[in-house]
Design a protein around this ligand. Structure first.
Ligand code: AMP
Length: 219
C-alpha cells in the first residue's frame, strides 16, 4: 500500500504514519526526520538543509526529491510506504508521480489530516522530543511522568528549534503558501481522503484504518 500523509505541521501525521506503517508492514518515510538526521550528522545534505529548516522554510525541491527517490528504492519499501511530510510542493508531487510511474508503481491514497491553526500552534509549541529514542511528548496533552525525562529510555527531552512559537507561525504560512494546493491536486486525482485530526490519536487512528479499509475516497 503506497500512501501520502498530508496536512499542516503538528497535525499528527508522524504519529499516525508510525502506527499505520507498523500495523501494515510498510515503510514510514519522514523527510523531516531524514533531514534532521543529516543535519545532526553534519553531512553535505545536512549542511545545505540546516538554514532552511531553522527558519521554518522549505528545503529546495531538488534536494528533497532526490533523497525520496533514493529512499523508495530500499528493500523495506517493497510492500509499500507512507510518505510523511513529502510532497510539500506541486513540483515535488509531480516528481513523485514521475518516479513512481517509471517504476511501475502508483499511490493508493492520500490522507489529509485537517486541523485548525490554533491547535497547530498549541500542539507544536508544547511538543517535546526525547534526545535518546526520539519519543514524542507534549507538556499538556502527553506529559512524561517526570518533567523533562523520557518515560521509555530516561533520555532528556528537548524542544525542536523549529517548534518555537515564531518559527511555528512561519511554518504555517509556508504550509498555506506552498503545500495546501496539494489538497486540490490529489482531490483531482481522486486519491484524497480527509480525516478530522483535531481528535485524540486513538480516534484519528480508527478513522484512518476505516477509510483505508473501506477505500472511501472523496471525489
Ligand atoms: P517536518 O518534520 O516534516 O515538520 O519537517 C521539518 C522541516 O524539514 C520543514 O520545516 C522543512 O524545512 C524540512 N522539510 C521536510 N520535508 C520537506 C519537504 N518535503 N520539502 C522541503 N522541506 C522539507
Amino acid at each position: 500500500m503506497n500512501l501520502v500523509f498530508l496536512g499542516p505541521p503538528g497535525a499528527g501525521k508522524g504519529t499516525q504514519a508510525d502506527l499505520v506503517g507498523k500495523a501494515r508492514g510498510v515503510a514510514h518515510i519522514s523527510t523531516g526526520d531524514i533531514l534532521r538526521e543529516a543535519v545532526a550528522a553534519g553531512s553535505a545534505l545536512g549542511m545545505k538543509a540546516k538554514g532552511f529548516m531553522n527558519s521554518g522554510g522549505l528545503v529546495p525541491d531538488d534536494l528533497v526529491i532526490s533523497l525520496v527517490a533514493e529512499r523508495l528504492e530500499r528493500e523495506d519499501c517493497s510492500e509499500g510506504f507512507i510518505l510523511d511530510g513529502f510532497p510539500r510542493t506541486i513540483a515535488q508531487a509531480e516528481a513523485l508521480d514521475r518516479t513512481l510511474t517509471e517504476r511501475g508503481r502508483s499511490l493508493d491514497a492520500v490522507i489529509y489530516f485537517a486541523v485548525d491553526d490554533d491547535q497547530v500552534v498549541r500542539r507544536l509549541s508544547g511538543r517535546r522530543i526525547c534526545g535518546g529514542c526520539g519519543g514524542n511528548y507534549h507538556v499538556d496533552f502527553m506529559p512524561p511522568a517526570s518533567e523533562g525525562v523520557c518515560d521509555k529510555c530516561g533520555g532528556e527531552l528537548y524542544q525542536r528549534d523549529d517548534d518555537k512559537a515564531g518559527t511555528v507561525r512561519e511554518r504555517l504560512k509556508v504550509y498555506y503558501d506552498q503545500t495546501a494546493d496539494l489538497i486540490d491536486y490529489y482531490r483531482g486525482q481522486s486519491l484524497l481522503m480527509e480525516v478530522d485530526a483535531s481528535r485524540s490519536p486513538g480516534e484519528v487512528r480508527s478513522d484512518v484504518d476505516e477509510k483505508l479499509s473501506g477505500g472511501r475516497r472523496q471525489a
